[in-house]
Design a protein around this ligand. Sequence first.
Ligand SMILES: *Cc1c(COP(=O)(O)O)cnc(C)c1O
Length: 363
Amino acid sequence: MSYRIRLSNHLPNVAALSNVLQRFNAQEPVELVAAFEQAVCKATGAAFAVAVNSGTSALHLSLKALGVRSGDTVIVPTFTYVATVNPVLYLGAVPIFVDCEPDTWNMDPALLKKALTDLQRQGRLPRAIVVVHTYGTPALMNELEHVAAFFGVPLLEDAAEAIGARHHGRMAGTLGELGILSFNTNKIVTTFGGGCVLCRTEKTAQKISFWAAQAREDTWYYEHREVGYNYRMNPLAAAYGLGQLPYMEQWVERRRDAFRIYLHHFEKQGAQSPLDRPQTKANRWMSSFWFPRANPALLVMELRRYGIESRPLWKPLHAQPVFKDHTAYLNGEAERLFGGGICLPSYPSVVEEVTRVIRQIIV
Ligand SMILES: *Cc1c(COP(=O)(O)O)cnc(C)c1O
């Protein structure tokens, strides 16, 4: 069945793509990728950006750049999309899950501290901590950074969902030692498959580009001293992204508008949602709500009957069969959210209608 109202109302922008291609006519295709990387730096304030073929690839190479190797531990949130954690396993490392706090729905700094204290005692301090701004709401970065710095473990920022979100004047993706963005089809800015790593130093950016292009040494013949990957961004994707990035701020504002209207309507239902705290700006990638008296399975099914697409909140990763053997530091928050929340279509024109349906279901 196809939905009348989708989670997002993105339609391919052919005119913008065609303008970009005309501008780059007769240039080498790689120039499109270089221009996209520069545009990402300009839009986010990052020092260096390396464009790759997905956010997942970006995470894989970032973890590698932070020195994650087989047998290492890596701390990850449990309340996130599976792509945050899969690259840890690609490297043969061991994820350790940490639950979220009720304000932003992101990693709980107190639990992170507990996990790091235990791991230090066991002589297994993690090589990295992956922080996610889930649904586009900035995590408690100051607190997390404080804990991470105390133990000397670098933060990798998975800002796949958080392009355009801000924290104390800085853009999501530029707050950690390394950060990644995703340009997957369902994200706010898309290239229909793509991602990038945001780096602080040119040296790291070059290393990541090198791995992404099959680790080919700079010699006149084919020379390889390391294992590489075929992760470079496709120039057509870069061209599409160049046509999309100028709309970033505008689209973030529309998502925030949609969220505000929902919030106003759901007050009476006692709904909870990730909190924009002082000096943060969530991009509201998804309008996500938790209701005290809701059954998410029923909500999703009922909305579907009206042709409205919705999704349950993340099922915690520590509870996924594929990760069942890994250590988790839990406080019950992620399980609670999964038990009572959903993500709703996130553009203003449909909010009134979606709200009306939900209020019929939850009274
Ligand atoms: C989308 C997403 C990714 C992966 O990005 P892809 O471009 O789809 O590979 C990683 N982490 C989070 C939190 C995401 O939402």
